[in-house]
Design a binder for this molecule. Structure first.
Ligand code: XMP
Length: 319
């Protein structure tokens, strides 16, 4: 029978058997559940021979870079390279408003940055990927949207270019088994039950062209909404809940002054796999609190609206 402890044990043994005793191994850490569990598992198996590369693209949620540092470097003592590459991503994205174009640019810069860092590590022979069983199935039998949308997390032709072998410690597991393994590895709930977050991050939630200022507004609003959703006890029940920043300004009034400021959308959905989704009937007092706080606390926002569309025909993200 499979228990969380035996899942971990088998995976650790398999990694040790595959990787030679002197080989060095790299892993792209995103902060998401899969790459996080893969990292801690492989660290268990390989210790310091594993190096994790975390690319901060400047499109992450509030405090996420620091949280990854604290968790993996300070708590788990992983060998972590934290690449602060926000400027490179934002320069490449300057003036670009087409969603697919944004995704392509982010994917390309990610591969460039990742490869540069990987080449600095001597003696690397293996690349870890957090592929799950459903991804394995999907990539052979189904080339639907999620095959396309996951392409970003793929490091392109890197394994071939650098002649790296692939280590996929989660390849036989479903998501709930990955979480169970993470619990057996004493990983915090915060990481294991984090809502999915797209690779292109805030760039596809900042509709139209992205800028440092727009990202600041979106990140602050999003942090408030997450705080309120958590306080209402709904965070883990929702598939995703986040803010979107619209590319229009609207008129408002503050004191005696007329304002002409940004609009934030609250988006929350229920789903089991992201392929279909139902808009979440959030309690009105939660919606009201989030709205009031965002308008009061985030400089530059004077209006908050609620997205009440399901997928299909809408999508979860706005871009
Ligand atoms: P949509 O918007 O297509 O999203 O209903 C379905 C699920 O996929 C996530 N998503 C992405 N994930 N890169 C990713 O890694 C992407 O470009 C991307 N676009 C959407 C989305 O957050 C939702 O969970």
């Amino acid at each position: 029978i499979w228990t969380p402890a035996s899942i971990v044990e088998q995976a650790v043994t398999a990694v040790r058997e595959k990787v030679g005793p002197e080989d060095r191994v790299i892993l792209g850490l995103s902060g998401g559940v899969d790459s996080s569990v893969a990292a801690v598992l492989c660290h268990e198996a390989l210790g310091d021979r594993l190096t994790c590369i975390f690319v901060d693209n400047g499109l992450l949620r509030e405090g996420e870079g620091d949280a990854v540092e604290r968790m993996f470097r300070q708590h788990f003592h992983l060998n972590l390279i934290h690449v602060k590459a926000a400027d490179r991503f934002l320069d490449a994205l300057a003036g670009v408003s087409d969603p697919e174009q944004k995704r392509k640019i982010i994917g390309r810069v990610f591969i460039e940055v990742f490869e540069e860092e990987a080449r600095k590590i001597p003696g690397v022979k293996w690349l870890v990927q957090g592929t799950l069983y459903p991804d394995v199935i999907e990539s052979v039998s189904f080339k639907g949207p999620s095959a396309v949308i996951k392409s970003h997390h793929n490091v392109g032709g890197l394994p071939e270019r650098m002649q790296l072998g692939l280590v996929e410690p989660l390849r036989e597991l479903f998501k709930d088994e990955v979480r169970a393994a993470g619990e057996a590895l004493k990983m915090p709930r915060e990481v294991l039950y984090r809502q999915p977050f797209p690779g292109p991050g805030m760039a596809v939630r900042c509709i139209g062209a992205v800028s440092v200022e727009k990202l600041r507004v979106l990140r602050e609003a999003d942090a408030i909404f997450e705080e309120e959703v958590r306080a209402a006890g709904l965070y883990e029940e929702l598939w995703q809940s986040f803010c979107v920043l619209l590319p229009v300004r609207t008129v408002g009034v503050m004191g005696d002054e007329r304002t002409y400021d940004e609009v934030i959308v609250l988006r929350a959905v229920h789903s089991t796999d992201g392929m279909t989704a139902d808009w979440a009937r959030l309690p009105y007092d939660l919606v009201g609190r989030a709205s009031a706080r965002i308008i009061n606390e985030v400089r530059g926002v004077n209006r908050v609206v609620l997205d009440v569309s399901s997928k299909p025909p809408s999508t979860i993200e706005w871009e």
